[in-house]
Write a protein that binds this ligand. Structure first.
Ligand code: FAD
Length: 375
């Protein structure tokens, strides 16, 4: 067995997930309202045991889940991933009471979670976040705004990162678990290129106490970063799943579509483009699996490897989906075609959870930090 090949049980699990995505989850996704949380879909993820698996899994299992679901149904993949992103801070840093209250509900697909880090003035530079946590007699009052929060404003609870110490950058941020029914918390949906449930949140003196803190006061940025470190390779896995779906469609289409007296695949320039798509997708997959396996094994260099995996896989998926559109011609651009859908879906992962430029900065920083000074 090579270093990064899957074992037979993992391969069979991926097949099973792909079939579930196509046959059980896709029909539910199609019934959902674009841009809204699809609760029947989330409930099905719970009933199928996938949310349970998500919360108990390491980075490699998370990648296999995301890649396989994305291959058959991107909406199911995204619904699952968002539950993980919103809930992992609770798994990682929640108190017994917080875990008892929320984790069984998330596992069952009854509670919808969201991860609220970004703000209008703090995206890539997340440590500049300004949501104010002002001390109050019984805790803090949260005042300010979050935006681009997936699952907002429909989530049942939010993991919210707020500033408890002014001027302290990343060291003055506290993570709170804020149930959606807290007074002063409102939100509104945002209409995006891809039909993704997402919105902004307004905090008008929302009360939180020490019981709502995730981890320790002023140590919340670490909770956010630990969550993103786990999820970063899996964004790459989502991208690999989309690239795989685009590649499958292209192999099928170019084998069957005739032009100039034969199938498109007989034109060497077409066949070579398909070969290039397949090669880059496989390279991205291996980088993602390697980064995830390194995370699970606690090996050194995880930030660099995770950044490389996310960067390469999301950029590759953009290339593969675009080439697939080109090789399908006009039909790919028709509303409702798989590639029309993937063309819209593939864009955002190059921006969220660290834009491609931010990943390059992480990679370069580690390379120079490890440089041996010349004698
Ligand atoms: C579909 C979607 C879902 C999202 N879901 C969530 C969510 O659930 N929770 C949440 O908290 N946030 C979420 N976000 C927000 C996301 O994390 C931010 O969009 C991201 O961090 C980038 O921030 P920004 O959009 O403010 O871009 P900015 O920070 O303004 O950056 C704009 C661009 O500037 C360039 N740039 C930035 N920094 C650097 C740098 N250091 N070096 C070189 N170039 C740089 C890049 O090209 C970058 O794309 C989501 C975003 C999208 C699109």
């Amino acid at each position: 067995m090579t270093a990064f090949s899957l074992d037979p049980a993992q391969t069979a699990w991926c097949e099973e997930l792909r079939t579930l995505a196509e046959q059980r989850l896709r029909p539910l996704a199609e019934k959902g309202e674009p841009g809204r949380v699809n609760r029947p879909l989330v409930a099905a993820l719970g009933e199928l045991g996938l949310l349970d698996r998500l919360l108990g899994s390491g980075a490699l299992d998370l990648c296999l889940l995301r890649e396989s679901l994305a291959r058959g149904c991107t909406e199911a993949e995204t619904a699952l991933a968002l539950q993980g992103l919103g809930t992992y801070p609770v798994v990682q840093a929640g108190t017994a009471a917080q875990r008892e209250r929320w984790l069984p509900e998330v596992r069952a697909g009854r509670a919808v979670a969201a991860f609220a880090l970004s703000e209008p003035g703090a995206g890539s530079d997340a440590a500049a976040l300004a949501l104010d946590a002002a001390p109050a007699a019984d805790g803090w009052r949260l005042t300010g705004e979050k935006c681009w929060i997936s699952n907002a404003p429909e989530a049942d609870f939010y993991t919210v990162f707020a500033r408890t110490t002014q001027g302290a950058g990343a060291r003055g941020v506290t993570a709170f678990l804020v149930p959606a029914d807290r007074p002063g918390l409102t939100g509104s949906p945002l209409d995006m290129l891809s039909p993704h449930p997402i919105g902004s949140l307004a905090f008008d003196g929302v009360p939180v106490t020490s019981d709502d803190v995730l981890g320790e006061a002023d140590r919340g940025f670490r909770v956010a970063m630990n969550t993103l470190n786990l999820f970063r390779p899996s964004v790459g896995a989502f991208a690999v799943g989309m690239a795989g779906a685009a590649l499958d469609a292209t192999v099928g289409h170019t084998a069957e579509r005739t032009a100039f007296g034969g199938p498109l695949k007989d034109l060497q320039s077409v066949a070579h483009q398909v070969a290039e798509m397949a090669t880059r997708t496989e390279a991205a997959r291996l980088l993602v699996y390697a980064a995830a396996a390194a995370y699970d094994a606690g090996e050194p260099g995880v930030p660099r490897r995770a950044a490389m995996a996310k960067l390469f896989a999301t950029e590759t998926a953009q290339y593969v989906v675009d080439t697939a559109v080109q090789l399908h011609g006009a039909r790919a651009l028709r509303r409702g075609h798989l590639l029309e859908h993937l063309y819209r879906e593939v864009r955002a992962p190059r921006i969220y959870e660290g834009a491609s430029e931010v990943q390059r900065t992480i990679i370069a920083k580690e390379l120079y930090a490890n440089r041996e000074p010349s004698a």
